[in-house]
Ligand binder design. Structure first.
Ligand code: GLC
Ligand code: CA
Length: 564
């Protein structure tokens, strides 16, 4: 063993891991109320294990009135009634441990629900001891304390008649921001984290953790769009002045145990900003969920605007993260989660080349350096949904946007087109287990309708098909275990001379992988640049049966391995 390999042996578990993300509400309903639950997750542990993944990340499971589906917590120490009980959670923990699956929980500490007892106290009067747990400000002139626009449309300020002040909510009005400036609040949140550590969890996904410190004087944001009454103000609440101080405190007191993984959600972060957080020596957490590549497509209209996604742009972003973190920090790798439309619809082809493009996107992501995340349903190529009416949608961001734009005179048809493309509900329809009614998710009416394509796309159908997307994911995940180069190898871009093909190399100790991905539905002339002195060249995974060296076929992916 050389020193590089010895070093790699010290690698923390999460670097070689694949993490499976569960959105509990839509995973499996076992008690017939139309809502997924913890017992559903317990029942499917063997399935999860069969994928070859190492860990599960559970979306929020704490008590919540579900204005933002669990991202509005009303009690950090109780399980949401619809999901089950703490006994169910304890059982899930011990069964997961027995199956050697790590468990990561989602913690929402930037804000709570307005139904949390802290907020109920806080709003009850100006001199309540909990007043300062949240961010209250007087009116400026006759209006809101600043012109900030909420992530979920409208103002970030909500007026409270009874106490005559405004409170801040970066997200929905039922998600008041906690005041991290107050040491009491930080102490309370410490205790929450400790509570879950004591429960035996293996790590945390820290929701919107880069927004915990705000510019203290709440300045008005510059007007970037004069047609809007409120303006985007991320520069005043992301990576704020005291964020590092707070996170350092959390890290040093609670989270420095190397067995625990901490994954912070960092919308808007660049590789450089990310390194402040995750530098392997001086950082305050292990990985960040960055958004740059998932935000590579908006036009001038922001998230909902027309798209201009291109492969060169995507490649540029992915390469910048690969190079920027190399040797210093560690990437998360994903295209899907509960906040994103389904990748196969967005970057692939969810009709003619459904299977090919689902496999290509998976290969491209899993072959980069970092920890891949698989979001439930991705492993069978679940697609976007196009419900006919706004009444079929549940996501607060979607509903608020629709309401606001309708009021401004935009037509229903225009808005539904945007929603079909971008709504978060695309990712939240129930898991498609079988071809039976409701995809086998529930015997009742599901909380959100099942995607009507469940008869064609479901787990049961793909289990027995060796060429299915599902079995491809299993193969891909297994490859990671038998090819250390996938975890440890260095990354280099490969020039493909094509605006549709993204190729890169990974190298370690004389072993090289060449990963080629065609993001188009066309045949593209392309000769794999294999070194002439390469030995024992083989294709270790690909989505076409035969190896055809003169071009890449529609949505083809191919990974060569050789020795140099
Ligand atoms: C994160 C979550 C998202 C949620 C928001 C507010 O971005 O991933 O689902 O709505 O934070 O908590
Ligand atoms: Ca249920």
């Amino acid at each position: 063993m050389n020193s590089v390999q010895a070093n790699e042996q010290q690698t923390p578990w999460w670097k070689s891991a694949v993490i499976y993300q569960i959105y509990p509400r839509s995973f499996l309903d076992t008690n017939g109320d139309g809502v997924g639950d913890l017992r559903g997750i317990i029942q499917k542990l063997p399935y999860i294990k069969s994928l070859g993944v190492d860990a599960i990340w559970l979306g929020p499971i704490c008590s919540s009135p579900n204005d933002d589906m669990g991202y509005d917590v009303s009690d950090y120490r109780q399980i949401m009634t619809e999901f089950g009980t703490m006994a169910d959670f304890d059982e899930l923990m011990s069964l997961a441990k027995a199956a050697e699956l790590k468990v990561i929980v989602d913690l929402v500490l930037n804000h709570s629900s307005d139904e949390h007892s802290w907020f109920i106290e806080s709003r009850s009067s100006r001199d309540n001891p909990y007043r300062d747990y949240y961010i209250w400000r007087d009116a400026k002139g006759n209006g809101e304390p600043s012109n900030w626009e909420s992530v979920f449309s409208g103002s970030t300020w909500e007026f409270d008649e009874a106490s005559g002040q405004y409170y801040l909510h970066l997200y929905s009005r039922k998600q008041p921001d906690l005041n991290w400036e107050n040491p009491e609040v930080r102490r309370e949140l410490f205790n929450v984290v400790q509570f879950w550590i004591d429960k035996g969890v293996d790590g945390f996904r820290l929701d919107t953790i880069t927004t915990i410190s705000k510019a203290p004087d709440f300045p008005d944001a510059p007007v970037v769009d004069s047609t809007r009454s409120r303006q985007p103000a991320t520069q005043y609440y992301m990576n704020g002045p005291r964020m590092m101080e707070y996170l350092r405190e959390f890290h040093d007191v609670l989270l420095s145990d190397p067995a625990l993984v901490t994954i912070g959600e960092a919308p808007g972060a660049t590789p450089l900003q990310a390194l402040d957080l995750i530098d392997s020596k001086a950082g305050v957490m292990d990985m960040v969920i960055q958004w740059e590549h998932t935000e590579a497509d908006p036009g001038t209209g922001g998230k909902w605007g027309p798209e201009w996604w291109t492969v060169p742009h995507f490649r540029k972003i992915m390469s910048a993260w690969q190079r920027g973190l190399a040797g210093k920090g560690w990437n998360t790798l994903y295209l899907n989660n509960h906040d994103q439309p389904r990748a196969v619809s967005r970057f692939g082809d969810d009709a003619k080349y459904h299977s090919e493009s689902a496999k290509m996107l998976a290969t491209c992501i899993h072959l980069l350096q970092g920890t891949p995340f698989v979001y439930q349903g991705e492993e069978i190529g679940m697609t976007n949904v196009a419900f006919a009416s706004i009444g079929d949608y549940r996501c607060v961001e979607t509903l608020n946007m629709y309401q606001k734009e309708r009021a401004a005179g935009v037509s229903d048809a225009t808005l539904m087109e945007r929603i079909h493309r971008k709504s978060r509900d695309n990712a939240r329809t129930p898991m498609q287990w079988t071809g039976k009614p409701n995809g086998g998710f529930t015997g009742a009416k599901p909380w959100i309708a099942v995607n009507p394509n469940y008869a064609a796309i479901n787990v049961e159908k793909q289990e027995d098909d060796v060429l299915s997307v599902l079995n491809y994911y299993r193969k891909l995940i297994a490859l990671r275990k038998s090819n250390p180069v996938i975890v440890h190898g260095s990354y280099a871009d490969v020039d493909t001379n094509s605006d549709w093909v993204y190729a890169f190399k990974r190298s370690r100790d004389g072993t090289e992988l060449l990963c080629i991905n065609n993001f188009s539905a066309n045949d593209i002339p392309f000769r794999a640049p294999l070194p002439s002195n390469a030995d024992s060249i083989e294709v270790i995974i690909g989505n076409y049966e035969d190896d055809y060296a003169r071009s890449v076929r529609p949505f083809e992916t191919r990974v060569y391995r050789y020795r140099t």
